[in-house]
Design a protein around this ligand. Structure first.
Ligand SMILES: [Zn+2]
Length: 483
């Protein structure tokens, strides 16, 4: 889900030094490569579904950054050099190649050091859902006009995204400086920034984000450092939600040992598909730090009353703590290499399970573990042992959300809870610049105090045998005695 960086250069000459080099780099202070900068202007007409963009990409990594992706409904007016404004020839307009919801374009040559700009126009269907005019489908990659607003999540590629070589990393996480102009919009929101009053505003983010735009006729509020966008948030409920979020942030912070300097933004939108309805929540997506849910429900729907006290919905606690863990794994530390998904998603789910246990108690926790185990069991034929994973795609959805967190919990029983905690904390504090495979992960565990013997036993008992016979089988039933 996140852009990877340039591979380590000069590998052949350094092959004999590699083990030492990797160890050194793994513990070197984080020097994350500068993410691209997205700047320019976007204009939106809510009534007609018209979009006009003039956006520039700069601070691109050297080499191979001449490909970009742009939503397939957008027509390019011109591509030009950012500094000289001279036109740049590009391919992809005819015989276009689709990549998700986008088309790939390639600029063969001539991009100056300042980067390039793309000027484009497109129009999209407007579904006036409040008048009963629904569409057939809706998904995160749809540029959706619901009659009152435009919703364009990162996946839509409403803004150009650089791609490192054909099929390579998509540099979708960017710093941005964007002017939004939408004459009929009461309020405007760009991912992660404070919402602003319409009809036009400039949004700047030095924190790299996946760009997402939500603009239209809807209320916004900022309370306790959290933003509430798209529906009503009464002050008391918003304060309760913000306090609940603070508790989760505090727990994450205690575990990782680094300040949790982020708060989610909550967005309530209306899906345009006739399979959804207003007033009912049936779909959620996250473009961190924005947590978006459909139904255009007021934010009080995130709360329930337990023992006379208003608190976050119990299911939302699990979901939110997983998403919030991506501040550390996915934002502060962008894993790359074979263990990308294990270190992005399994770690987030592992941290969420810890919060489930603390906030909701052992029973809820054990029930979740046994559910994960039962699900993992169904898919185990597909799972490679963690130390045989060679590429990121070896770790599929079930692996990352079901098997992965159980493997981390089991690791605690072999290497020690404190060792696992220190290892994960170190990955966030000093993000490795090298791709992570099991060997580099193991090196990080050893550095945090694991013994080779303990890790050997872990490999023998947890990675080798089938799930039913291995160390994870302890999670088979709810209510097992967990340490
Ligand atoms: Zn996740």
């Amino acid at each position: 889900m996140h852009a990877s960086r340039r591979p380590l250069q000069h590998l052949p000459q350094l092959r004999h030094l590699l083990p030492f080099l990797l160890l050194a780099l793994a513990s070197a202070p984080g020097r994350a490569e500068t993410p691209p900068q997205l700047s320019g202007k976007i204009e939106v007409e809510l009534n007609s579904g018209l979009v006009r963009g003039d956006l520039c990409l700069s601070q691109l990594p050297e080499g191979g950054a001449g490909n970009f992706l742009l939503n397939r409904g957008l027509n390019i007016r011109r591509v030009y050099d950012k500094q000289t404004a001279l036109p740049l020839a590009f391919e992809g307009g005819d015989d276009s190649v689709g990549v998700g919801d986008a088309v790939r374009y390639s600029i063969a040559k001539g991009i100056g050091a300042a980067g390039y700009c793309v000027s484009y126009t497109g129009a999209f269907p407007v579904f006036r859902i409040d008048a009963g005019d629904w569409g057939d489908d809706d998904w995160k990659g749809l540029i959706a006009f619901d009659g009152r607003s435009i919703r364009a999540a990162d996946q839509t590629r409403l803004f150009p995204v650089a791609e490192l070589g054909v099929g390579g990393a998509q540099l979708e996480t960017m710093r941005f400086d964007i002017e939004v102009d939408c004459p009929a919009c009461r309020n405007l929101y760009m991912n992660g920034a404070a919402p602003a009053a319409g009809p036009r505003a400039r949004f700047r983010s030095d924190t790299p984000r996946e760009p997402m735009l939500y603009a239209g006729d809807f209320p916004v509020a900022s309370i306790g450092g959290s933003h509430f966008i798209g529906a009503d948030a009464n002050a008391a409920d918003a304060a309760t939600i913000a306090a609940g979020i603070d508790t989760l942030a505090e727990l994450h912070q205690q575990y990782i040992g680094l300040p949790y300097a982020e708060r989610p933004a909550f967005l309530s939108f209306a899906a345009v598909s006739s399979k959804r309805q207003l007033g009912k929540k049936s779909w959620a997506f996250v473009t961190w730090p924005t947590v978006a849910t459909d139904g255009r429900l007021p934010f009080s729907s995130m709360l329930e009353t337990v023992d006379g006290k208003r608190q976050l919905l119990r299911d939302d606690i699990d979901f939110m703590s997983h998403e919030m863990a991506h501040y550390y794994f996915g934002t502060r530390y962008h894993p790359r290499g074979p263990l990308t998904w294990f270190l992005t998603e399994s770690t987030a789910e592992f941290l969420s399970l810890k919060i489930t246990r603390t906030v909701r108690g052992d029973l809820a926790y054990q029930a979740k573990l046994s559910k994960l185990f039962q699900r993992a069991l169904k898919h185990q034929a597909r799972f490679l042992p963690l130390d045989q994973v060679r590429q990121a795609s070896d770790i599929d959805e079930e692996y990352r959300y079901q098997l992965g967190p159980l493997l981390l919990l089991a690791l605690e029983r072999y290497a020690g809870e404190e060792t696992v905690r220190k290892t994960l904390g170190a990955l966030v504090a000093r993000p490795p610049q090298t791709p992570m495979d099991y060997n580099t992960f193991k090196a990080a565990l050893l550095e945090a105090g694991a013994t080779p013997a303990a890790l050997q036993r872990y490999a023998d008992e947890c990675l080798r045998p089938s799930l039913a016979q291995g160390c994870l089988a302890v999670y088979r039933t709810a209510g097992v005695a967990l340490r």
